[in-house]
Design a protein around this ligand. Structure first.
Ligand SMILES: [Zn+2]
Length: 164
């Protein structure tokens, strides 16, 4: 497992919304490049592009969230998860890879383990929802999902009590 253990309070679930773009002195939004991940913002949208001369250097919202441990959303994985953990990790990695390709701001932050559960913070709601959807597709009645803001709880039911 590559999770890092933490007993600290889960301060990342604050749902903060970092500044999206730098403003020029004129008040107009400028094109920008993130020194952390290389994403570039043009016309108000972050993508994987090539930084060009004259772009403002702005840490993108995803890198800000990761640095400040301020997740946009958190998946809370709990219940009878042990047997499927490797598969779950694979699903998370695959969904993130596909998502980040088109949406640089939709990333998965480092997992945290606390007692009997794993917290998977993300920098965007969309990637969290897609991971939850992929898990439900895979385990169907074997999991119970409860969506709240800013946390989605996914519980793996004990093998014996699974419906359907
Ligand atoms: Zn960045």
């Amino acid at each position: 497992m590559t999770m890092h253990e933490s007993r600290r309070d889960l301060g990342f679930a604050r749902g903060r919304r970092p500044e999206r773009f730098a403003l020029q002195a004129s008040g107009k939004i400028s094109d920008a490049a993130c020194p952390g991940c290389g994403a570039v913002a043009a016309h108000g949208r972050w993508s994987w592009g090539r930084a060009t001369a004259g772009m403002a250097v702005v840490v993108c919202p995803a890198c800000v969230r990761i640095r400040e441990r301020a997740a946009a959303h958190v998946l809370e994985l709990t219940g009878d998860l042990g047997r499927c953990w490797n598969e779950v990790k694979g699903i998370i990695a695959n969904v993130e890879r596909a998502e980040v390709e088109d949406h640089p701001l939709e990333r998965v932050m480092p997992f945290e383990v606390r007692d009997d559960r794993v917290f998977v913070p993300t920098t965007g709601l969309h990637v969290a929802r897609r991971i939850a959807a992929a898990i439900v597709r895979r385990w169907r009645h074997g999991v119970q999902l409860r969506f709240t803001d800013p946390c989605t709880r996914i519980e793996w039911l004990p093998a014996g009590s699974r419906r359907g």
